[in-house]
Each structure stands twice: as C-alpha cells, then as structure tokens.
Design a protein around this ligand. Structure first.
Ligand code: ADP
Length: 484
C-alpha cells in the first residue's frame, strides 16, 4: 500500500464475528481520499453475517455481564494501552483512509483512547439505589444492569473516536456490541478489533461487520429489526438517523442518535477579537470542516465585523493544504467527490446571492477545497440552513444580542454552539438562551471524554461521554422486597 505500518498485521481486511475473521464472499474497495489510490479490499458482508454477529454478541453477553466490573475495566485498560502503543500505525491508517493530517490523526488516537480509559474507570461506579419505603413490610431497591446486545453505526469523520465513544461505555456496562463502521473508513475499525483481541477481550464481545454503501443499508436494517439488539447508537446524518429510528420502532429499541448540526459561532462587540479568530480557526477548519460541531454560521456584531472577517481571512489563507502525510500540512482532502461538489454548490449559492469572497472559493489538489471566508452572508443562503461540512466560513452581520440569539436558534438543529464575549451577564444570558446541547464560551474546542456530548431538536437523542454516557447502556430494575 501507499503507506507503511510498523506492525503490518494491523492492516486487517476481514470483518470480526465472534472468534473469527470473516472474509465474506465479496470485497469492497477502500480508497485514499487524497490520491484515490486503492488501500485495501475489505469484506463486504450482509444480512446473514449480521445475524451471525448478533448471535455471537448474544452468546458472549452472559459471561461478560457477569464479570466483576474491575475485570471488565482491566480488559478495557489493556485495550486503551494498545491504542497508545500502536498510535503511530493507527494514525497512519486513519490518514490513509480518511485524509486528515497525521498530527490530527495522532490527536484522535489519544482522544479515542481517552473514552476507553474514562469508561474503564466509570465501570466501577455503576451504583444502584435504595428508596425509603412507604410500607413497613417492604423495601425498595434499584439495580442498574447492562441493557444487552448493542449495535453501533459510525461515521467516517472520526474513524476511531466515534467507535470508542460508543463501544467503551457499552463494554464497561457489561454489554456486548456489533459495530458497523462507515464504508469509507473500515480499516481503523478493524485495527481496533484486532487490538481488542490482543487485549484479551473475550470473543464475541466486540464484533465488527463491514460493508459498502449498499450493504450498509442491509446490515443496518438487520441490526434495527433484531429483537436481540436492545440498543442502537448512531452517529451520522439526520436523514439516516430518522430512517434508523423508524426501523427501530417495531422492536422498541433504545436509541442514542448523534446527528447533524448547524453550529452558530457568535462574536459580540465586547469579545477579544483575536481570541475569537483563533477559536473560529479551530472550530471551522479542523478536519477540513468535516465535524458535526464545526462552526457553520459565524455571526459577528457590527462593531467588530470588518476587523474579524479581515483577520479570519488572513489566517485562513495561511493554512497549509495538502496530503495529510506531508509534514506541516494543516488541512487534508475532503472525504470524496460528493463532499467537494456540495461545498462548491454552497459557495456558488452564497456568491450568487451577494456574498463577498475574501479568500478561497476554489478546489485545490489533492481533492481539497481552499479554506474559504465569505463575508456579507445572509439568512436566505443555503449555508444559513444546511450543514456545509467543508472549510467554508460564511460570516453574517448582526446588531443586537436579542437578534443574535434569534438567528442562532432559527434552525431545526441543536448540537454545538459557540460565542465570544467578556461580559459576565451576557455570558449567562446567551448561554442559557441558546437552544443547543453544547455551548462553547470563548472557546472553539469543547470535546473531551469527561463531559456530556450531544444535541437537542433534530440533532439527536442521548449523550456520549461523561458519567451520563454510561446510562445509555444500563437499564434500571426496580426490586420490591416484601415480608420484612
Ligand atoms: P455521512 O453523510 O456523514 O456519510 P451517513 O449518515 O450517510 O453520514 O452515514 C453514517 C453511517 O451510517 C455510515 O456508517 C453509513 O454506512 C451508515 N448508513 C448510511 N445509510 C444507512 C442506512 N440507510 N441504513 C443503515 N446505515 C446507513
């Protein structure tokens, strides 16, 4: 392949079901988004394989759930340690199949491992309750038990962290899992499965079923329809999330959905403009703008508008774009041709409606889009309503605090939001008024394993990370003891 691993056995092409690697009857191609080069031909599985994976997870469940939490935690810690030990190879796999710069890929391995470490620690703190009785003859107890077999369908933008953020709390709680990674990035998922095997996670506890776009639909349908699967966690588009939710209705499955965003990034007149520019750079251009928490709409108050857009454009123009394997590259390619076309359409629409192009606005080799800043954006543009998922920053002008809040909330999405202000009263007012699951105040970077990540409205259900992330994978059982 176009990249070399120090441990070549981490380039895994077969899916993992129970104790075995599954080659499948057919394969599908995984490409490097920067060069288009073929990286690997991976097992293209389907419905029957998915049923086997569910059966393997179900078979592994009783013993895994019955282990003392400390032993599950130890297995998870060994898995996390192997991620660190093989961080360089994992990062190379990630840059190869996803395109993000190697430094960013290394960062994601640390971030991904942090979820395993966090939930390994949390595994030992799954406390129940006793409730004061209303009847002298009775006592009330609440147990928290693993929900059962879980399914995870994950996206390509964080090929490692989106898997560990779901799998680690599930395994820590005592559940077993079937993962269906994105068709663009199965290699990271399969390397994680190999490291889980080496860490001594029992067979069947973590299964990875791979498939191309068409097979993903069939695999997803089988996971949703299964009565054995008690929980589905999905990260991806709102459109697919809605479909999966409908498909899960017949089996009344518990759902965690982390869907699209349309993050506002508000800069008030009283803000530290340099800090706001710095935060916007991180929030907007990280992963080439391909994260669900990327700033999508930048709202800047009159008094600092020109200063902000000028500085942002200067900084954006300096970003080094290229192949993620090249030293010093800060922005890699977009994931595929469709993503590039969508970004181009957004920019064209904005320009047609009077946006002012300050920098960028064109493609760059290899399969990249130049970091772009558009001034004079307004509410009629597509970029005001839809997620751009690319390195384009449309900057809108506003006059009052109330106007900024109304504009920020005028969307069906509610994942991340950001604002910059140094006024303590305003920080509380705006922080409380934003209809979002997450609010970054004077920062463009909010994610860490210790905090609850998730959205409201069409951005999803449930929270990942933090002590609350474990609740997803636990059911409460009420025990009523009588005859005392
Ligand atoms: P994106 O637009 O970011 O690629 P998607 O929501 O299309 O996001 O994909 C996220 C994940 O959902 C991927 O693993 C993909 O294979 C899977 N997926 C896409 N469509 C379906 C579907 N109809 N049923 C099940 N899984 C799907």
């Amino acid at each position: 392949p176009a990249f070399a691993l120090s441990d070549p056995s981490l380039l895994v092409r077969d899916a993992r079901i129970g104790a075995h690697w599954r080659a499948g009857e057919r394969r599908f191609d995984v490409h490097d988004p920067a060069t288009g080069a073929l990286l690997a031909e991976v097992a293209n599985l389907g419905e029957a394989d998915t049923h086997e994976a569910i059966a393997a997870a179900a078979a592994a469940l009783p013993a895994w759930a019955a282990l003392p939490a400390k032993q599950r935690a130890a297995a998870l810690q060994r898995w996390a340690a192997l991620l660190h030990q093989h961080a360089e190879d994992l990062a190379r796999l990630m840059t190869a199949e996803q395109g993000k710069p190697l430094a960013e890929a290394r960062g994601e391995i640390t971030f991904g491992a942090s979820f395993i470490e966090w939930f390994a620690e949390e595994a030992r703190r799954v406390y129940g309750e006793t409730i004061p009785t209303t009847d002298p003859d009775k006592r009330y107890l609440v147990l928290r038990q693993p929900i059962g077999v879980c399914a995870a369908i994950t996206p390509w933008n964080f090929p490692v962290a989106m898997i560990t953020r779901k799998v680690a709390p599930a395994l820590a709680a005592g559940c077993t899992v079937v993962v269906k990674p994105a068709e663009q990035t199965p290699l990271c998922a399969l390397a994680l499965a190999e490291l889980a095997r080496r860490a001594g996670l029992p067979d069947g506890v973590l299964n990875v079923v791979t498939g191309d776009g068409a097979q993903s639909v069939a695999i997803g349908r089988a996971l949703c329809a299964s009565d054995t699967v008690r929980h589905l966690s999905f990260t991806g588009s709102t459109e697919v999330g809605r479909l999966l939710m409908a498909q899960c209705a017949p089996s009344i499955k518990k759902l965690a959905l982390e869907l699209g965003g349309n993050a506002p990034f508000i800069v008030f007149d009283d803000a530290d403009v340099d800090a706001a520019v710095e935060g916007a750079m991180i929030s907007k251009y990280r992963n080439a703008g391909q994260t669900c928490v990327c700033a999508n709409r930048l709202y800047v108050q009159d008094g600092v508008y020109e200063a902000f857009v000028t500085k942002l454009a200067e900084r954006a123009a300096q970003l080094r774009v290229g192949n993620g394997f090249e030293a010093g590259v800060q922005q890699g390619p977009l994931i595929d041709a469709d993503a590039l076309a969508k970004v181009e359409a957004h920019v064209q629409d904005a320009l047609d409606q009077g946006a002012r192009l300050l920098t960028g606005g064109h493609r760059l080799a290899p399969h990249s889009y130049a970091p772009t800043v558009l001034a004079d954006a307004h509410a009629g543009m597509r970029c005001a309503r839809e997620e751009i998922f690319g390195p384009v920053a449309p900057v809108f002008r506003f006059h009052t605090e109330a106007e900024a809040i109304a504009l920020a909330n005028a969307t069906e999405f509610g994942l991340a939001s950001y604002f910059y202000s140094r006024d303590m009263g305003r920080i509380f007012r705006v922080g409380e008024a934003l209809e979002y699951g997450m609010v970054g105040v004077n920062t463009g970077l909010i994610s860490t394993a210790e905090v609850p990540f998730g959205g409201v409205k069409h951005s999803g259900l449930g929270r990942e990370g933090s002590r609350h992330g474990m609740d997803e994978y636990l059911e409460m059982k009420y025990l009523c003891l009588a005859g005392i």
